[in-house]
Design a binder for this molecule. Structure first.
Ligand SMILES: C[S@@+](CC[C@H](N)C(=O)[O-])C[C@H]1O[C@@H](n2cnc3c(N)ncnc32)[C@H](O)[C@@H]1O
Ligand SMILES: Nc1nc2[nH]cc(C(=O)O)c2c(=O)[nH]1
Ligand code: SF4
Ligand SMILES: [Mg+2]
Length: 213
């Protein structure tokens, strides 16, 4: 590519008109409030949060995922489902306005899975915030989150969950989700916690039990 072409591509990436697309798939939302609902997933590459237990580390390096036109991604997604889940990687590393503008213009419902580590962009019908210790969520995401889904890897994560529950809106639905590799150890603690603190609900990665993407 010429320098001019590279600069133009970078400008489109900066505007969110092009996004590093890792994968797309039609499946069942496995987690949280919308679990059990058919949805088309768009997985955008790039994440620098660095969770040691992340189940999609292949997403982290944006450079290995092809820059793809946001309008093209949206038009393709519309063929599969009315419900579109944008995930990553960390989708809010990129300007989500062009992608969600096109998804909304096609009449689709937009959901995001985010750590909230970056400023909120995009037009969302549902925001799932899963905060991370290594990079705390911004106020912009905390105040708009529809669900708070905290991953429980060890006992200290219950305190982390409460700290974030105190920062989200009143109607935000609260979930505790076991980290997959320690689920046998953490599920009994989560069950006990939710019975004692019924403002919380249990979320499981049901797609992993169903053996679907
Ligand atoms: C891979 S992340 C991508 C979106 C965004 N970066 C985030 O962390 O919310 C999608 C969801 O999977 C959760 N997750 C990732 N690895 C997990 C694991 N090993 N066990 C349980 N949940 C996990 C995240 O907390 C997040 O809710
Ligand atoms: N089925 C299914 N449901 C999911 N909910 C959140 C996911 C994600 O990786 O963001 C995910 C995923 O990867 N697969
Ligand atoms: S923020 Fe999300 S994508 Fe990034 S490392 Fe953590 S779980 Fe993985
Ligand atoms: Mg996943």
């Amino acid at each position: 590519m010429t320098k001019q072409a590279l600069d133009s591509l970078q400008a489109q990436i900066d505007l969110g008109e092009m996004l590093p697309l890792m994968e797309e798939f039609y499946t069942i939302q496995g987690e949280g409030f919308h679990k059990g609902t058919a949805a088309y997933f768009i997985r955008v590459g790039g994440c620098d949060v660095g969770c040691h237990w992340c189940d999609v580390k292949e997403s982290w390096d944006a450079a290995i995922h092809p820059p793809t036109n946001a309008n093209t991604i949206a038009e393709n997604a519309a063929k599969y489902s009315d419900t579109i889940v944008v995930t990553g990687g960390e989708p809010l590393m990129w300007d989500m306005n062009p992608l969600t503008k096109k998804l909304k213009s096609l009449g689709l419902t937009t959901h995001i899975e985010t750590s909230g580590a970056y400023q909120l962009s995009g037009d969302w019908d549902w925001i799932c915030l899963s905060p991370k210790k290594r990079m705390l969520p911004t106020q912009s995401v905390l105040e708009k989150a529809n669900e708070l889904k905290v991953i429980i890897f060890n006992k200290s994560d219950f305190d982390f969950a409460e700290k974030h529950a105190a920062q989200v809106g009143e109607d935000c639905i609260l979930y505790l989700q076991p980290e997959w590799s320690v689920r046998d150890k953490m599920v009994p603690l989560i069950v006990d916690y939710v019975m004692k603190n019924p403002q919380w609900k249990v979320s499981l990665q049901t797609h992993k039990y169903l053996n679907i993407p």
